[in-house]
Design a protein around this ligand. Structure first.
Ligand code: BES
Ligand code: MN
Length: 464
């Protein structure tokens, strides 16, 4: 492994330059105007896989953005790892809050700043580079490797879901390796074993048929913004619980052992509050912050619009008001059931004078991955070696909808080898990724292949 390690250290600057090229492609999947960039980005990933020595690299066209597939199966009798990532990124707005061009990467204080630097280009590039380092030094890999990099994660992973169902034998593996989550803290090697699910809906209220003068009409009719505000306020009770009927019905209880594990992580509320610029934390009563983030379901308004939002004052009583509302889910909540309950409930909350339209935008199931597979053990060993510290196991509050499909369809454990930091500003202006994490990530990935190659009998986990 020393050779591989040395190679990574020696070539790091060159790897960072290539990452910069990756980050220059504005592959924003939510915006139709970026369709061409999606294709260009898929081709970039394909080219880099090829250069790393991956065979059979191929773009699979989909109804949406192309999937990039590649494999190197030259280690017969050894386990196979499927590496997943996404090349699509979130939109850049509000652009005025960026300190530099989101698609012209800059390096400052050991961080690379650009949209997608952490989520997910920086993190998935790590694995392409670890393969390259192995191939360049040893001419082969210690395990069999398959890559599947998609371009629709940020919009719900629809195409890869279909592809997975139709290509189970192509994707057959003993473990799925994913870096699209976070370290517990800077320099702390971390394996995540849980993700929350998601139900995302849009609620549109319509009052009068057109915008009205707020003097001539104010007081005579219901104002959809006022009504929307009332509706949103009713979605939590005074203890921070979500009021949607049956919301908590299937929520799995946290075990004592897990509670103890969370305690051992020594999470500081004060530090966390300071980092995000609030005086104190808030949420469902009766749970610690980590419990609320990782094991409890939540409801949040992501955006709200309607009426006059321009400069100065315009007296108007708007015709429409809209809110985008998401719920993070935990085992064993079902996103479809939750979306239905939510829709029924919000419809019951509006007065007769208001029309309501509820649209289900997308959803995903939560997942918790058992810790007792050989792949997990290999991953924890690998990250410990790379970072020079004991690996911690954490869950995450975010969602990666395809993970549960991997686990169930391929009957293989998913290894969430998170490399980002909560402070990396993902989905926000000035997204960045630590170059130290980039380097240690490449090393972790290489150690994982080495450790996983020592596993002879791979334990699979049962799909539902
Ligand atoms: N990488 C994130 C998920 C994530 C972020 C997990 C931080 C853990 C910690 C992923 O790209 C993402 O943003 N997912 C979306 C999913 C959605 C668009 C279906 C999310 O969680 O909002
Ligand atoms: Mn994301």
């Amino acid at each position: 492994m020393r050779e591989v390690k040395n190679y990574i250290e020696k070539n790091l600057n060159y790897y960072v330059d290539e990452l910069k090229d990756y980050l220059r492609i504005p592959s924003v999947s939510t915006l139709k105007s970026h369709k061409k960039d999606m294709k260009a980005c898929a081709n970039f990933v394909l080219k880099k896989m090829k250069a790393a020595g991956i065979k059979k690299v191929k773009l699979y066209p989909t109804k949406g953005n192309p999937l990039v597939y590649g494999e190197w199966l030259g280690a017969p009798g050894k386990p196979t790892v499927l590496i997943y990532g996404h090349y699509d990124v979130q939109p850049v707005d509000p652009i005025e809050l960026w300190g530099s061009d989101p698609f012209e990467p800059v390096i400052e204080n050991g961080n690379i700043f650009a949209r997608g630097a952490d989520d997910n280009k920086g993190q998935n590039f790590v694995h392409i580079k670890s393969v390259e380092a192995f191939m360049k030094t040893k001419g082969k890999l210690p395990v069999n490797v398959k890559f599947l990099i998609e371009g629709e994660e940020e919009v719900g992973s629809e195409s890869i879901g279909i592809f997975l169902k139709q290509n189970k034998s192509l994707l057959k593996c003993d473990a799925v390796l994913i870096s699209d989550t976070s370290l517990f803290g800077p320099g702390i090697p971390t394996i995540n074993y849980g993700l929350r699910g998601l139900a995302y809906l849009e609620v549109e209220l319509t009052g009068p048929a057109m915008d009205l003068h707020s003097g001539s009409f104010g007081g005579a009719v219901a104002n959809p913004i006022n009504e929307l505000a009332k509706l949103i306020a009713k979605l939590h009770d005074k203890n921070g619980k979500v009021t949607v009927p049956n919301f908590y019905k299937n929520v799995a209880k946290i075990s004592k052992a897990e509670k103890e594990n969370f305690k051992r992580l020594k999470f500081s509320d004060t530090k966390y509050a300071k980092e995000i610029g609030v005086k104190e934390l808030q949420g469902e009563k009766g749970y610690t912050t980590l419990e609320r983030l990782w094991t409890r379901p939540t409801l949040d308004c992501n955006g709200i619009f309607g009426g006059f939002t321009g400069e100065g004052a315009k007296t108007v009583l708007p015709s429409k008001a809209t809110a985008k509302i998401s719920m993070r889910l935990v085992p064993n909540q079902d996103p479809n059931m939750i979306a239905k309950e939510f829709t029924k409930y919000v419809k019951s909350l509006v007065p007769k004078s208001i029309k309501i339209k509820v649209t289900d935008l997308h959803g995903g199931y939560p997942v918790v991955i058992p810790l007792d597979s050989p792949a997990m053990t290999a991953a924890a060993k690998a990250t410990s070696k790379a970072f020079g510290k004991k690996t911690v196991f954490t869950r995450e509050g975010g969602s990666i909808p395809i993970v549960v499909d991997f686990v169930q369809q391929l009957k293989a454990p998913a290894i969430l080898m998170g490399l980002g930091l909560d402070s990396d500003n993902i989905h926000s202006p000035n997204e960045h990724f630590s170059l130290k994490s980039f380097e240690l990530g490449i090393l972790s990935s290489a150690y994982f292949m080495d450790e996983f190659s020592k596993v002879t009998k791979t334990k699979t986990i049962k799909g539902k």
